[in-house]
Ligand binder design. Structure first.
Ligand SMILES: *Cc1c(COP(=O)(O)O)cnc(C)c1O
Length: 421
């Protein structure tokens, strides 16, 4: 099946007489005939549901769909994108360990890694997303457990050279984890270029309707945990009677430990109802992304030629330093998110967005209705000037998220707002 068909058909596949639409299993618990039968579940001897913190059928079918869309072996849905990145890291890193991360990442993830994960005793070296192979390798230490980056960074829109980052990671026997939120698997499939784990804020394009906060971790199953130093996966886990994940689950070791270890203990689980809504979003993801891609490029080209615009950052523009990487990693399109520098700095940037009538000011992005944000005074407000610069978020930057409305109406709104400054 092609990916658009998978969006519609994968996951819940009803049997004879079953509901056509994915049912909502709004139940915390699941009944068993005998205590022994349930005991086997707790020993991870057989698959099944016992408590919705760990697994739920509605969420499970959506996990199956996402696994198919990314081309992996398993998926764990989480209550938010933040929870997904937290789980992906904590699954293989502990106090005393070290991470290498691209500095061009979502502000929330930057804080998560630089502040909260640091407090847990895991240190991070941030490197430029355009770092070459040698520079990436130089940042790796003996206790480095993973490399992290964003395929298309929010909001800087830098494109990660996945192959170079994956090679540097693999030559040092560590996995590459990439947050693929902005491209979604419709525009980019990171496993095909060597990424080992993919994370998502499903809150964005995947849901697409602005109704849910959710995340996902997807495992390619390709990383050989025995090659590196990952005793939590290759040696007995005392919290599961000495179970060894790589022996018990083979290619699914990482994602199973993520569920039975991180999810069990931290409880980052999504609600079944939100999983149902996510499934509805995924059913039209391929159609929506096509329109976001078309609108995004059209409006980026319009803005690039506008006299009141200082610069436009959109990787689909030939003028973008990321144009070649974007054509390689996301040839179908580069989404609807555009970063724009307004002439006249912060003051005019704020004036412009206050003038918008159709494009709404919201703390959101990558959703079907057009919206905008001034990151330096909102999402990235906590960051120092130096950190803002490292994240690629100067004060004149506004992030515009182009929806799936007709492009003429969005351009008319931009035109009238810019005419007023
Ligand atoms: C929004 C976002 C997150 C965080 O997701 P939440 O669902 O808001 O917790 C993580 N990564 C990227 C790239 C995002 O855009």
């Amino acid at each position: 099946m092609k990916i658009g068909t998978k969006c519609v058909q994968e996951g819940w596949i009803p049997g004879d007489g079953e509901p056509r639409v994915l049912p909502i299993y709004q139940s915390t618990t699941f009944k068993y005939e005998t205590s022994e039968s349930m005991g086997d579940l707790f020993d991870l001897k057989k698959p099944g549901y016992f408590y919705t913190r760990l697994a739920n059928p509605t969420s499970g079918y959506v996990e199956k769909k996402l696994t198919e869309l990314e081309g992996g072996v398993g998926c764990m849905l989480t209550s938010s994108g933040q929870a997904a990145n937290l789980a992906a890291v904590l699954n293989i890193a502990k106090a005393g360990d070290h991470i290498v991360s691209s500095s061009s990442i979502y502000g929330g993830t930057f804080n998560l890694i630089a502040v909260s994960i640091k407090k847990m005793g895991i240190e991070t070296t941030f490197i430029d997303p355009t770092s070459d192979y040698e520079t990436i390798c130089k940042a790796i230490r003996p206790n480095t457990r993973l490399i992290f980056g964003e395929t298309l960074a929010n909001p800087a829109l830098t494109v990660l050279d996945i192959e170079t980052f994956a090679k540097a990671a693999h030559d040092n026997n560590i996995p590459l984890i990439v947050d693929n939120t902005f491209p979604t698997p419709i525009n980019c499939r990171p496993f095909e270029f060597g990424a080992d784990i993919v994370t998502h804020a499903a809150t964005k394009y995947m849901d697409g309707h602005g109704t849910i906060v959710m995340g996902a971790v997807i495992d390619s199953g390709n990383f050989d945990w025995h090659k590196g130093n990952f005793p939590e996966l290759t040696e007995p886990d005392e919290s599961y009677h000495g179970l060894v994940y790589t022996e018990a689950f083979g290619k699914n070791a990482y994602i199973n430990k993520c569920v039975t270890g991180v999810m069990r203990d931290l409880g980052l689980s999504p609600s079944p109802f939100n999983s149902f809504l996510l499934n509805m979003g995924l059913e039209t993801l391929h159609l929506r992304m096509k329109k976001h891609n078309e609108n995004g490029l059209k409006i980026a080209q319009y803005l690039e030629n506008h006299p009141k615009i200082d610069w436009v950052s959109y990787p689909g523009l030939k003028s973008s330093p990321f144009y070649d990487l974007a054509q390689k990693y996301m040839p179908n399109g580069q989404s609807g998110v555009i970063s724009v520098g307004i002439k006249g700095g912060k003051e005019n940037a704020l004036k412009t967005i206050n003038n918008f009538k159709l494009i709404a000011i919201v703390t959101h992005v990558a959703t079907l209705s057009s919206c905008c944000l001034h990151p330096a005074t909102s999402t990235h407000r906590q960051l120092s000037d130096e950190q803002l610069k490292a994240c690629g978020v100067p004060p004149e930057l506004i992030r515009i998220s182009i929806g799936i409305e007709e492009p003429e109406d969005i351009i008319a709104d931009l035109e009238q707002a810019l005419a007023l400054i």
